[in-house]
Design a protein around this ligand. Structure first.
Ligand code: PLP
Length: 405
């Protein structure tokens, strides 16, 4: 029972901490304790922000971008976003339909806060980015988790969507390329989902395209709205600079959508954070308008790492890892390790056990699939250099070789 004298509000009882942030904190703590740890939890590029963007940020600070800006973001940045959406996604928006936040994360959070009434449902295909269900819960909504199996490429089918939609469905969250699976929806798959959505005018779509540039092989990123422009009035496009330009710490993300929702999100910003950091906004505008070579270069490097890590894991008994088409994660089934016994006599019963085992016996930290809504899986980030990937895979192979069948 929650008493009025308790400091923390009852509403927090529904929310879990972010598993990926917790895993990262564990890495930091183990390293501080002197352990040699290989970190495959990283949800951010390991590259530095490109120098021309850093320079733009420094110039912005020197030239007086040190004050509050408009809560929706500076007009200069919103116009740069409008140009980006036109150039890269063939989407036409007005600056009044764009809002800038301190990362994409608060835009998603505020979108739910601005739109969910108690009991409204949000369809979240699993595996999902850990924050979606928690944000829905915190804002009084009900996450409707729809499991998308490895055999379906971890993707939501039109049939599963049609079955999941009910009278209280307010949103569908569609994240492609996907964290944690790297799944990328094809044009055909998006069109099929769009057709279902067309039959349910009460359903809005949040398309999270934060990994859009990191796609590999034959895969191409297409925005749902490019294919189904009829959905424009009920779609919120989420994107940001964190992953594309290795700018996670600058905290710049944005949403583009119907003006009414954008105004509501902006209202929440006026009463919470006021605005995103002024100099970071100036640098973000420069990043969007400036040379894009760093993005293509990063994509090529990620693809090499993906291929390398896939090869290495395929050679280790117990991991079944489909090739991801995008993002910088591998989502591997560890069903082949379940039931095996460690040298200490512990039987591995879940992906959480496997995660603990890898940390303790191999010094490798990963995130359990349970946290992403699917088990027994684990997520490996390949946002680390090839040497580190090799070091980690060597350690995993050695630890797994010690398991009794
Ligand atoms: N969406 C997805 C799928 C993510 O993986 C992340 C970060 O990990 C975000 C949104 C938030 O990014 P940011 O708040 O840094 O813009």
């Amino acid at each position: 029972m929650h008493s009025s004298s308790e400091l923390v509000a009852a509403r927090l009882a529904v929310v879990k901490p972010s598993a990926s942030i917790a895993a990262k904190a564990r890495v930091d703590a183990l390293r501080a304790a002197g352990r040699d740890i290989i970190d495959f939890t990283t949800g951010e590029p390991d590259f530095a922000t490109p120098a021309h963007i850093v320079d733009a940020g420094v110039r912005a600070l020197q030239s007086g971008h040190t004050r509050y800006t408009a809560s929706a973001g500076t007009l200069a940045l919103r116009q740069a976003i409008v140009r980006k959406l036109q150039r890269e996604n063939a989407l036409a928006y007005d600056a009044s339909e764009v809002v800038v936040g301190s990362g994409a994360k608060p835009i998603i959070f505020n979108a739910f806060m601005a739109s969910l009434n108690p009991g409204d449902e949000v369809i979240i295909p699993a595996p999902y980015w850990v924050s979606y269900p928690e944000m829905v819960l915190l804002n009084g909504g009900r996450p409707e988790i729809v499991e998308c199996t490895i055999d379906d490429g971890f993707k939501l089918s039109a049939r599963a969507l049609a079955q999941a939609i009910g009278p209280r469905t307010k949103w569908l969250v569609l994240n492609s390329p996907n964290n944690p699976t790297g799944a990328v929806y094809s044009e055909g798959e998006l069109r099929a989902l769009g057709e279902v959505l067309m039959q349910h005018p009460q359903v809005h779509v949040m398309v999270d395209e934060i990994y859009e540039h990191f796609v590999y092989g034959q895969a191409r990123h297409v925005s749902l709205l490019q294919l189904c422009p009829q959905l424009r009035s009920r779609t919120l496009v989420i994107n940001g600079c964190s992953k594309t330009y290795a700018m996670t710490g600058w905290r710049i993300g944005y949403g583009a959508g119907p003006a009414q929702l954008i105004r509501a999100i902006t209202l929440l910003i006026t009463q919470s954070t006021t605005c995103a950091t002024a100099a970071a906004q100036a640098a973000a505008a420069f990043a969007l308008d400036g040379p894009q070579d760093s993005v293509a270069a990063a994509t090529r490097i990620y693809e090499q790492r993906r291929d390398h890590m896939l090869r290495r894991l395929a050679a280790i008994d117990g991991f079944d890892c489909p090739a991801p088409d995008g993002a910088f994660y591998l989502f591997a089934s560890v069903a082949g390790l379940i039931g095996r016994t460690t040298r200490q006599g512990q039987r591995l019963q879940s992906d959480l056990d496997v995660t603990d085992f890898l940390r303790e016996q191999a010094g490798v930290v990963v995130v359990d699939g349970t946290s992403y809504g699917m088990s027994p899986f684990i997520r490996f980030s390949f946002a680390s250099c090839l040497q580190e990937i090799d070091r980690g895979c060597d350690a995993i192979a050695a630890a797994v070789a010690q398991l009794a069948p």
